[in-house]
Design a protein around this ligand. Structure first.
Ligand SMILES: NC(=O)c1ccc[n+]([C@@H]2O[C@H](COP(=O)([O-])OP(=O)(O)OC[C@H]3O[C@@H](n4cnc5c(N)ncnc54)[C@H](OP(=O)(O)O)[C@@H]3O)[C@@H](O)[C@H]2O)c1
Length: 241
């Protein structure tokens, strides 16, 4: 199993859920931009579930040497990589912040996903589970740089799923609403619309096992986004959210 963004609580909860439900995986590759914080989790997995957990440094903001990933293959890839950044007016006009959001959520992430997609295509099997966001469905004033990068990611995943059809490779796009993680720390989230990492992992696992193409974590977000998508633009542009 390959995990991108291994320090995400969602990634760790999903790995725990998957490994406790199946003994199919003997080796796990934990990609991370922060090796030290991943070590405890890697050890925990070796004690409880797998023969070997390999930590691999991957900082999307640094040049990537793909040859170091040549030997890495798996039937399952889970990607929780993402960066919210500053959605405030200050953040919006800070080019460093803008570039970082676009790079981590889209521009530098797609080549990595493509690299592993090509391996799955060659081995003619595999599932890629990637976390995008409801934020990618319609740009809103509070986070539209992040939202636009997620929109690009969602479009990429849709095209990849279409391309892989008939090649035994499946792509599952997850579009979470609010999740209670370090990314949203300090934000005033409505608890009824917010899922915990454990709930999120359960929801993703269910969608994975059912072979779904696209899944919202909490079903209510499917309804909310249907409404949001259908608000006429002349009204939408006046809303503050
Ligand atoms: N939290 C929410 O409400 C929410 C809502 C909708 C969608 N999402 C999406 O869900 C996914 C998981 O989110 P989360 O809430 O678990 O956020 P998180 O805790 O911030 O996890 C995101 C992970 O992305 C990886 N990452 C960040 N910068 C990186 C870089 N420069 N290079 C490589 N990896 C980098 C980090 O993993 P390492 O430290 O291991 O490198 C980080 O732990 C993300 O894609 C996020 O955009 C979150």
């Amino acid at each position: 199993m390959i995990v991108l963004g291994s320090n995400s609580e969602i990634a760790q909860a999903f790995v725990e859920k998957t490994l406790s439900a199946s003994d199919q995986f003997s080796k796990i590759y934990l990609f991370t931009s922060n090796k030290e914080t991943t070590e405890k989790f890697a050890k925990h997995l070796e004690v409880k579930y797998v023969q070997q957990s390999v930590i691999i440094e991957l900082d999307l903001l640094q040049p990537i040497d793909y040859t170091t990933f040549d030997e890495i293959d798996s039937d399952l890839l889970f990607c929780a990589t993402g960066y919210l950044g500053e959605g405030t007016e200050e953040g919006l006009y800070d080019n460093k912040n803008t570039e970082k959001i676009i790079d981590i959520n889209y521009a530098k992430l797609i080549p990595v996903l493509n690299f592993f997609a090509s391996k799955m295509e060659r081995q003619r099997s595999g599932t890629m589970i990637v976390l995008s966001s409801v934020a990618g469905e319609r740009g809103r004033q509070s986070n539209f740089i992040y939202g636009s990068a997620k929109a690009g990611l969602t479009a990429y995943l849709s095209g990849l799923r279409n391309y892989m059809f008939g090649k035994r490779v499946h792509v599952l796009t997850i579009k979470p609403g609010f999740m209670d993680t370090k990314m949203t720390e300090g934000l005033p989230l409505n608890p009824k619309l917010t899922s915990t990492p454990k709930q999120t992992a359960e929801g993703i696992y269910k969608a994975f096992k059912k072979g779904k193409n696209v899944a919202y974590v909490l079903p209510i977000w499917g309804v909310i986004m249907m409404v949001i998508r259908n608000i006429p633009e002349f009204i939408f542009k006046k809303l503050k959210f």
